[in-house]
Design a protein around this ligand. Sequence first.
Ligand code: ZN
Length: 158
Amino acid sequence: MITDPLFQPASKAPKKLNKLINYAIVKARNHNSHGKQSVYAIAIDSKGLILAEAGNRYKAEHPTQGQQVNIWNVYNRNKFSNTKEGHYIPDSTHAEQFLIERLKRVPKEKRAGVTIIVARSTTKLTGTNAKPCIVCTNSLLRIQKRLDIKRVFYTTSE
Ligand SMILES: [Zn+2]
C-alpha cells in the first residue's frame, strides 16, 4: 500500500474540522450508493467552506476509473486478487473520483488550501474505515498540486 503524508486518519485532524467530519459521516450514512458500502467525500477550503461533495455509486460508468481499475487489475491480479487489497469493483465509482471531477470545476481562485474528508458510516452514527483505495490514492496524488490539496482525512473504525 502507498503511504503518503497527504493521507491521515480523521483522528489526526484539527479539532475545528470535527463538525465537518461529522457532517461527512452523516452524509455517508444517508447516502444511497445502490450497493453495500456508502462512502461520502467532501472538499473544503482553508476556511472550512465546502467546495464540492460526492458519494460513491455502484454500477456507475466512469471511464477514467474503469480504465485505471482495469490496468491495475492486469498488473496486480496475481498479487492481490481475492485479498483485502483487491476489493476494487470495476463497475462502481468511488466517492473520491466524483469529488475530483467536481473539484476540477470549482474556479481555481476558490480552491486554495483544499482539505478532503472521506467518510464511511455504519448504521451507528460513527465513522468506519474510509482510507482511500490504491486507485483513488493515486488519482489524488496525481492531481494534488493542480487542485491544491493539502490533506486528505479519512474516518477509521476507532
Ligand atoms: Zn477508491
